[in-house]
Design a protein around this ligand. Structure first.
Ligand code: NCD
Length: 359
């Protein structure tokens, strides 16, 4: 096991840091996750879809994944959709293995999604209620990780309010680690499930115009989606008031708009974000009412996007703040498909990482 005292600076998710410095090389999923794999073919000579050769042990972020790796996970997830829709949902590819859900931030839906995914693959799943446990008694993140590591899990799913927390754990434990959201940094399985939903709607991701709207500054969903959509050849726009738009966001390869009226025309996908009130210190918006007035997605604004555009939201939604109920429940909404794809994508990621870990 790696050395305990590795110097590692955590970035507090509550700090309103600009985007670019937040995603710094020490957290690069490429550095942290790629296992040396002598049998791994080069990107050019490998056939398009080769399941056994996914060489990653951890999934800490989308940044650094290749389009081939993303496609691999999406293709694998397609097979999981069929399994999840069958009456008999159990697949036994990971039976006998142990998954620990380690959620330092409260989450019902994401934790359940990982739990269902693990169980459908035959794993024993343990949900650690860390918020109510020894952490409250002063135990550090690393001590918690090392204690769990001694219980020999095969997969750790981690959600934490600090950017870089999942990467730090991955350095300290022997098993695979999946980042289920680290502060305002990344939420890779959310971006993958969004991509799968988009691909199933349009048959492709390349060439589509996607507008990510709302609280970009505090959103790990936005960051992971920007990386993924850019890697897969989509055109990405972000729409937000200046206070919620990190300076230098254009460097991530997006076009920034400060008004819905300017940013929505021509979009295939309108991805709404929750206003992350719990991550805000100070006033980023004058009032929720005013935010809805200028940035809420209503029927009139939705008409500006393409006729067959879809509406997405990672949930939980603030109805009447970032989105009107009529749009959230309307025919263009794919919000429940996203939830379904979440289980499939997490199954795919778990299976792929277990192969990548050589387990
Ligand atoms: C997202 C998250 O936690 O980052 N939600 C989720 O994974 N279900 C988005 C959000 O909280 O707004």
């Amino acid at each position: 096991m790696p050395h305990h005292g590795a110097a590692f600076t955590l970035i507090c998710a509550r700090c309103n840091l600009p985007l670019a410095p937040l995603i710094v090389p020490p957290y690069s999923p490429l550095l942290m996750t790629r296992e040396p794999s002598p049998s791994r073919p080069s990107e050019t000579d490998a056939p398009a879809f080769q399941l056994p050769e996914f060489g990653l042990k951890h999934l800490l972020g989308i940044e650094g994944l290749t389009p081939r790796e993303i496609d691999h996970l999406l293709d694998r997830a397609e097979t999981m959709v069929a399994i999840s829709r069958a009456v008999e949902k159990k697949r036994h590819t990971l039976s006998g293995r142990t998954l620990i859900n380690l959620f330092f931030e409260n989450s019902t839906r994401t934790q359940s999604s990982f739990e269902i995914a693990g169980k459908r693959l035959g794993m024993d799943v343990v949900n650690m209620a860390v918020a109510q446990s020894s952490v409250k008694k002063g135990e550090t993140l690393l001590d918690t990780a090392l204690t769990l590591n001694a219980m020999q899990p095969d997969l750790l799913v981690v959600r934490h309010s600090a950017a870089g927390a999942a990467a730090l754990l991955a350095q300290q434990v022997d098993c695979s680690v999946i980042n289920a959201g680290d502060g305002a940094h990344e939420h890779p399985t959310q971006a993958l499930l969004d991509a799968l939903t988009i691909r199933r709607q349009f048959g492709r991701i390349e060439g589509l115009t996607v507008a990510i709207c709302g609280d970009i500054a505090h959103s790990r969903v936005a960051r992971s989606n920007i990386h993924l959509l850019n890697a897969m050849g989509a055109r990405v726009r972000v729409i937000a008031p200046s206070t919620l738009l990190p300076s230098g966001i254009e460097h991530l390869g997006v076009e920034a708009f400060r008004s819905m009226e300017k940013g929505l025309p021509g979009c295939d996908v309108v991805m709404m974000l929750r206003l992350q009130v719990e991550r805000m210190e100070g006033a980023f918006v004058p009032s929720l009412r005013e935010y809805y007035r200028f940035y809420g997605l209503n029927a009139k604004r939705m008409k500006l996007a393409k006729k067959d555009a879809i509406v997405m939201h990672p949930a939980p939604m603030n109805r009447g703040v970032e989105i009107a109920s009529s749009i959230a429940d309307g025919v263009q909404s794919v919000i429940f498909e996203q939830v379904e794809m979440g289980v499939a994508v997490r199954m795919a990621v778990m299976e792929a990482l277990q192969e990548g870990a050589g387990a």
